[in-house]
Design a protein around this ligand. Structure first.
Ligand code: NAI
Length: 462
């Protein structure tokens, strides 16, 4: 039995960041993690491995589509799937070992095993009970699944199984046109799989600015993904090495089905709090299964806190990291703060999609007077030079004050470009502030400035 200032249950982006910051601020900190590697879903079976496969499949796609245009002849590599998965695993290993190194450097103790909370101030791991002034639930989330659908992680898979398929499937049905479905659907489409995405709603990526979502769907369709929208999945049956997905179209109740080598169930995630023992402690929960917290991440039980996917808000690694850091500051008696109005979202397809702040639909619903500045990457010399002229930037600013309210873009390096708008929004900048900032030429970022110019007297290259 050991005593700590803070014990964090869960070693994902929320938990490990909280631990490192708390240790930097002078606390004695432990993280309980039973997975066998630190980094949580993100590093082990989420963000990082999927980005490795997105990178490899993107390069393969480039060799088939753009190499000869650049005079690079005869380069038509084939895929050695085992080696590609090996590369992905190596990337995972480098990252998870990196967190172990950071723990050692910051003197954070890793308690290996699954934790539960037998009483306030106590964490049980196996036969041992550790004590702490503060306990932090940072246990993340798990795939929500679908009623009536049995996941076997071989043929019918979640995002986890989709990263370890035995071979590249000839065909795949993706259930759910959200972030996971489209990122992993893109990977397999580029590796030669015939991908059909079946989505309950009438559009893809719910919540995204509609104009961007529609453009995104067109681009993905051109890349070979097929979409069945407005379709409620009724069931999935496995027969041998294949599975059949049955759905009903919501508009007319007509039924249809598709048999494929793989079925990816990507219909959302739910907080993972099973086994923590929260019920006997009477920890207040929200209706959708998240732990209820106040503005300082405190639960209804004194000394017990929660962050990340386990609480309300977008299920994003960087949101969890920010909360982890803010909580560590609060526990050290400082003022931790997360600005939920400026949390970017990125979809790592090619082209990437990124957003921050309000969508045009939200501004309309709020009755706000706003301006729209748009700029196509076709007007950006750098993007055209590298075959990435597809997509556009859309900047939304207050009609009266010019203050930036949101930004949505689809295009090259969108996931990096969005951050200049995040910083601008944190400083309460106007579109003109962005427009008057010198942007190096030739860079993709000039498209951001042009969109800001379009909020004023007009873009130059449009
Ligand atoms: P999601 O919530 O993004 O999308 C799920 C989709 O499934 C929705 O479009 C929904 O309408 C659809 N759906 C639900 N039930 C259905 C049914 N019965 N039949 C057909 N379609 C149905 O969830 P997703 O993609 O599983 O991702 C889970 C979480 O992980 C999200 O919060 C996401 O933000 C996060 N994530 C973020 C990434 C990123 O930031 N790049 C990458 C991967 C995941």
């Amino acid at each position: 039995m050991s005593q700590f200032d803070t014990i964090i249950i869960g070693g994902g982006p929320g938990g490990y960041v909280c631990a490192i910051r708390a240790a930097q601020l002078g606390q004695k900190v432990a993280v309980v993690e039973g997975r066998g590697a630190l980094g949580g879903t993100c590093l082990n079976v989420g963000c990082i491995p999927s980005k490795a496969l997105l990178h490899a499949s993107h390069l393969l796609h480039e060799t088939h589509t753009n190499f000869e245009k650049m005079g690079l002849m005869g380069a038509h590599p084939t895929v050695d799937w085992a080696r590609m998965l090996g590369y992905k695993d190596e990337v995972i290993g480098q990252n998870t070992k990196g967190i172990e190194f950071l723990f050692k450097k910051n003197k954070v103790t890793w308690i290996k095993g699954w934790g539960s909370i037998p009483a306030p101030g106590q964490v049980r791991v196996g036969d041992e009970v550790h004590t702490a002034r503060n306990i932090v639930i940072a246990t993340g989330s798990e795939p929500a699944g679908l009623p009536g659908v049995t996941v076997d992680e071989e043929v019918v898979v979640t995002s986890t199984g989709a990263l370890t398929l035995r071979s590249i499937p000839r065909s795949m049905v993706v259930i759910g046109a959200g972030v996971i479905g489209l990122e992993l659907g893109s990977v397999y489409a580029r590796l030669g799989t015939q991908v059909t995405v079946v989505e309950y709603l009438d559009g893809i990526t719910p919540g995204m600015d509609l104009e961007i979502a529609k453009a995104f769907q067109k681009i993905l369709t051109r890349q070979g993904l097929k979409f069945v929208l407005g379709a409620a999945v009724q069931g999935v049956e496995r027969t041998g090495d294949q599975a059949t997905v049955r759905w009903k179209l919501r508009k007319d109740d007509s039924e249809a089905s598709l048999t494929a080598d793989a079925v990816l169930v990507a219909t959302g995630r739910r907080p993972y709090t099973a086994g923590l023992g929260l019920e006997p402690l009477r920890v207040a929960m929200l209706p959708r299964g998240q732990v209820q917290t106040d503005a300082h991440f405190a639960t209804s039980v004194p000394g017990l806190y929660a962050i990340g996917d386990a609480i309300a808000g977008p299920m994003l690694a960087h949101k969890a990291e920010d909360e982890g850091m803010a909580l560590a500051e609060i526990l050290a008696g400082r003022h931790g703060h997360v600005n939920y109005d400026v949390i970017p979202g990125v979809i790592y397809t090619t082209p990437e999609v990124a957003n921050v702040g309000r969508t045009e639909e939200q501004l309309k619903a709020e009755g706000r007077a706003y301006k729209v500045g748009k700029f196509s990457f076709m007007g950006n010399g750098r993007a055209k030079a590298v075959f990435q002229g597809e997509g556009f930037v859309k900047l939304l600013a207050d009609a009266a004050t010019d203050r930036i309210l949101g930004c949505h873009l689809i295009g090259p390096a969108a996931g990096d470009l969005i951050h200049e708008v995040c910083v601008a929004m944190e400083f309460g900048a106007s579109a003109q502030d962005l427009a008057l900032t010198c942007h190096a030429h030739p860079t993709f970022s000039e498209a951001m400035r042009e969109a800001a110019l379009a909020c004023g007297d007009g873009a130059i290259h449009a």
